[in-house]
Design a protein around this ligand. Sequence first.
Ligand code: HEM
Length: 201
Amino acid sequence: METVPPLEQAVVQPLSKRLKHATREQHESVDRSIMALRPFDDLEGYARFLRVQQGFQQRCLPIYRHPRLADWISDLTLRCRYAAVVRDCQDLGVDAEQWQKADGAAPLREALPHLLGWLYVNEGSNLGAAFLFKRAAELGLSASHGARHLAPSDEGRGLHWRNFTQQLDAIPLPEADIAQVIGGAKEAFACVEALARPLVR
Ligand code: HEM
């Protein structure tokens, strides 16, 4: 007689959903670290936040230029927000070339599943940026001055995210690689925290 598997085994969630679930605590912790910078109190606070964003986008650059990843995520290079964050820094006189310290953060690894985890975090941070973009507007910042990297893409924030998760969820990854993707995502969140920590005043 055939045995029926338990429900949690029978229904395998898409990778994007598993990542969201597995990194909920890390996201909450990053939210707190970012808000501890008091990024929307004044432009000085926003500059602290911008340093974190610039440091994170800089570390993610090799991911957006990765040819193997581009086979899976067709619009990968267009999704990169490094140039936008550099222009935001220039708008506000923040030194964009400086390599921001992230003491204790693990470096990027070569393995593709690991990089996919980082990519999920960076793309997700653009979805959550709707709220940050609104708060930045209260400081007089916009898609053409200081908050370019928080602006929605032309297709709209929701669709941009769905187009990403559809491509991510379609990657034929063996189950054994999933833990590496989740590990990469956790390290990416930890990197943002490590970038923010020295800047809290
Ligand atoms: C650089 C720091 C941040 C990173 C790396 C980050 C990362 C992410 C990720 C990966 C997601 C997607 C979750 C999913 O799978 O659906 C997300 C969504 C979200 N984030 Fe963040 N986040 C950051 C900062 C913040 C901050 C400071 C806030 C607000 C205080 C915030 C609010 C949100 C919200 C509201 C969503 C859900 C958006 C939606 O479902 O429409 N995030 N973020």
